[in-house]
Design a protein around this ligand. Structure first.
Ligand code: TYM
Length: 341
C-alpha cells in the first residue's frame, strides 16, 4: 500500500464513540433525551461502541430474576431506540471480562480523594446508607475502564456524567504520564438540548427513576395515558406564561423537553403558546412525547419476544468488543510490567 493511501486512511479514520447505560429496569425520558437519542444519531458519522453496563448495576442490590430480565430488556429497548448492530458494536458489559480487569488496574491509579469528591457517590451513599459498598465508591474507575479500553475519542452522556468523564480523563492522563501514551484521553459529548431533563415534581432535581414519586419521571415504556397523566400533574408556577424565565424551573423543563422532542427553539415554543394556559401546554408536551415514544414501544414489543435474535446480537457484540478491548488491556499490562501469558 502506498504511503499516500495509508495516510488518507489514517486521516479518514472515524472518531470513536463509547457510551453505556445501566439496566435499571426503568429507562427514563431523561436517559432517552440526554443520551440514547444522541447515540442513535451519531451512528452514521462515528465508529460507535455501546454497552449495557450491568457490572455497574450491582452497586445497589438487585433481585437476581428481575435483574436478569432487566438486562435483556435494556438490550432490547436500545435496539428499539435505534441502535443498529450493523453499524455499531453493542454488547453487555459483563460478557466482556476485560472491563473488570482493567477496572482493577485503574483503581490503583485513582486516588481516594478523587473518588470521595464524586457527587454521585455522595448522593447514592446517602440514599443507600445501609449499603455503602466499595463498588459504589470505585464505580468511576470501572467507567473509566469501559471508555479507555476502546480508545474512545468521545463519550456521549447527559450532564450528570460530566464529573465521571473528567475523572476518566485524569486517570488516562496520569497513566499516560507514567508509562507513555497508552490510552486516548476522551472528551465528553453533551447535547445542547435534553442534557439535563429535570424531575416533573421537583424541577430543581434531575429526572431519575430512583425518585420515590413515580410522577417525577416518565419511562420510555410508560403507557400513553400514564405519560399524559404525569405531564398534566407536572409542577409549574403561578406566572401562567409559557416562556423560559428565572424561577420558572418547571416550565423551563417542559420547554426543554418540548424543544428536544420537536426540534423547535424555546422562542418558537413561547410564540406558539402565547396567550394559552399551562394546561394546554402540558397536554401538548405530553402528546409530543407520546408520539416520539410510540414507535420505540412498538419495536420493543417485537424485540423483547425474540430471545434468539437478542442472543445472537449480544454474542456478536461481545465477541468484537473482546477483541478490541483485549489489545488495550494487554498493552496496559505490558507497560505496567506484567509478564506476558
Ligand atoms: P445511567 O445509566 O445513569 O444513564 C444513562 C445515560 O442517561 C443520561 N441521563 C440523563 N440525561 C439527561 N437528563 C437526565 N435526567 C438523565 N438521567 C440520566 C446519563 O447522563 C447517561 O448518559 N455510569 C453511567 C453508565 C456508564 C457509562 C460508562 C457511561 C457505565 N460506563 C462509560 C458512559 C461511558 C450511568 O450510570 O448512566
Amino acid at each position: 500500500m502506498s504511503e499516500e493511501i495509508k495516510k488518507t486512511q489514517v486521516s479518514e479514520r472515524k472518531k470513536r464513540i463509547f457510551s453505556a447505560i445501566q439496566p435499571s429496569g426503568t429507562i427514563t425520558l431523561g436517559n432517552y433525551l440526554g443520551a440514547l437519542r444522541n447515540w442513535v444519531k451519531l451512528q452514521d458519522d462515528y465508529d460507535c461502541i455501546f454497552a449495557v453496563a450491568d457490572l455497574h448495576a450491582i452497586t445497589v442490590r438487585q433481585e437476581p430474576k428481575v435483574f436478569k430480565q432487566n438486562i435483556l430488556e435494556a438490550y432490547a429497548l436500545l435496539l428499539a431506540c435505534g441502535i443498529d448492530t450493523d453499524k455499531s458494536m453493542f454488547f453487555i458489559q459483563s460478557h466482556v471480562h476485560t472491563h473488570a480487569e482493567l477496572a482493577w488496574l485503574l483503581n490503583c491509579y485513582t486516588q481516594f480523594g478523587e473518588l470521595s469528591r464524586m457527587t454521585q457517590f455522595k448522593d447514592k451513599s446517602q440514599k443507600h446508607a445501609d449499603n455503602v459498598n466499595a463498588g459504589l465508591f470505585t464505580y468511576p474507575s470501572l467507567m473509566a475502564a469501559d471508555i479507555l479500553l476502546y480508545q474512545a475519542d468521545l463519550v456521549p452522556v447527559g450532564e450528570d456524567q460530566r464529573q465521571h468523564l473528567e475523572l476518566s480523563r485524569n486517570i488516562a492522563e496520569r497513566f499516560n504520564g507514567i508509562y507513555g501514551k497508552t490510552f486516548t484521553v476522551p472528551d465528553a459529548y453533551i447535547g445542547t438540548v435534553g442534557a439535563r431533563v429535570m424531575s416533573l415534581q421537583n424541577p430543581i432535581k434531575k429526572m431519575s427513576k430512583s425518585d420515590e414519586n413515580v410522577n417525577a419521571w416518565v419511562a420510555v415504556l410508560d403507557k400513553p395515558e400514564t405519560i399524559m397523566k404525569k405531564f398534566k400533574r407536572a409542577v409549574t408556577d403561578s406566572d401562567a406564561k409559557v416562556c423560559v424565565g428565572e424561577g420558572k424551573d418547571g416550565i423551563n423543563n417542559l420547554i426543554g423537553i418540548m424543544s428536544a422532542v420537536t426540534g423547535k427553539t424555546s422562542d418558537e415554543i413561547a410564540e406558539e403558546f402565547d396567550g394559552k394556559g399551562y394546561g394546554d401546554f402540558k397536554t401538548a408536551v405530553g402528546e409530543a412525547v407520546i408520539e416520539e415514544l410510540r414507535p420505540i414501544q412498538e419495536r420493543f414489543e417485537k424485540y423483547v419476544k425474540d430471545k434468539a435474535y437478542l442472543e445472537e446480537q449480544y454474542r456478536k457484540g461481545a465477541e468484537f468488543a473482546l477483541k478490541i478491548s483485549q489489545r488495550t488491556l494487554d498493552k496496559a499490562m505490558k507497560k505496567i510490567g506484567y509478564l506476558p501469558k
